[in-house]
Ligand binder design. Structure first.
Ligand SMILES: NC(=O)c1ccc[n+]([C@@H]2O[C@H](COP(=O)([O-])OP(=O)(O)OC[C@H]3O[C@@H](n4cnc5c(N)ncnc54)[C@H](OP(=O)(O)O)[C@@H]3O)[C@@H](O)[C@H]2O)c1
Length: 213
């Protein structure tokens, strides 16, 4: 698969590491191309034979999956701007639309989610919520306490959910397909609690949400 990640920050590094571990082609796009180039170089150095490169915005149409690894609402704005390019594409929204001024609520109303807003901005794309409950550090490592990370997956297109689940499995993680995109509301709220509890519980951003089976 060809996976394009938009953004070159912590999550682009974490997801990029896992995409390459699965043997896929990775393209990185950032508003500052040099940052995408630097990250591509670092990821190539970290994985033998890795196919990682920086691309301009016109890299998206060749991709099987486009991951928006930027803050919400930048992801929503990019989805709107790229709406035609994203026609038919699987778009993965990883965002946590947290109100960082209070750190106790989301910036999207309770009857929607960042993922649904992104889907509305690029209505011809197939939006899947994934990776929002995995912190960047554990993601790069692929595990916490010796257990592969759980990746919760929600989306209205079953085939798109399956493709993302296959990507997750290939990356050495465990996909948990929870069904339609409206479940992104719960995933975003759940992760708000996880984020807001880091200091109180002394977790140091190295924890992971899981379902024990
Ligand atoms: N960090 C985590 O552990 C974690 C876990 C789960 C989900 N997430 C979600 O993942 C997303 C990325 O988080 P991150 O931790 O990777 O953030 P980050 O390290 O700050 O990187 C953000 C990336 O987005 C770019 N960006 C920021 N504003 C932009 C804009 N208006 N237009 C275009 N590009 C923009 C940044 O470019 P510049 O460098 O030019 O600013 C950078 O490449 C967020 O939605 C976050 O909620 C994060």
């Amino acid at each position: 698969m060809i996976v394009t990640i938009v953004g070159a920050g912590n999550m682009a590094r974490g997801i990029g590491t896992r995409v390459l571990a699965g043997g896929h082609t990775l393209r990185l796009h950032d508003r500052t191309k040099a940052k995408a180039e630097d990250l591509a170089t670092a990821l190539r150095e970290g994985t033998d034979g890795a196919d990682a490169s920086a691309v301009d915005a016109d890299g998206a149409p060749d991709s099987d999956i486009v991951v928006l690894a930027v803050p919400y609402p930048a992801g929503r704005d990019i989805a709107a701007e790229w709406a035609e390019k994203l026609d038919g594409k699987i778009v993965v929204d990883i965002s946590n639309p947290v109100d960082f001024s209070t750190f106790d609520k989301l910036v999207v109303p309770a009857d929607t989610s960042a993922a649904e807003q992104i889907a509305a901005a690029a209505p011809k794309s197939r939006v899947v919520k994934a990776f929002n409950t995995t912190f960047a550090g554990p993601l790069a490592a692929g595990e916490v306490a010796g257990r592969p990370l759980d990746v919760f997956i929600a989306g209205d297109d079953e085939a798109a959910r399956q493709t993302v689940a296959d990507l997750v499995t290939g990356a050495g993680l465990r996909p948990l397909d929870v069904g339609p995109l409206h479940w992104a509301r719960s995933l975003e709220s759940f992760q708000l609690l996880h984020m807001a509890s880091q200091e109180r519980l002394g977790l140091n951003w190295s924890s992971a949400l899981t379902i024990m089976t």
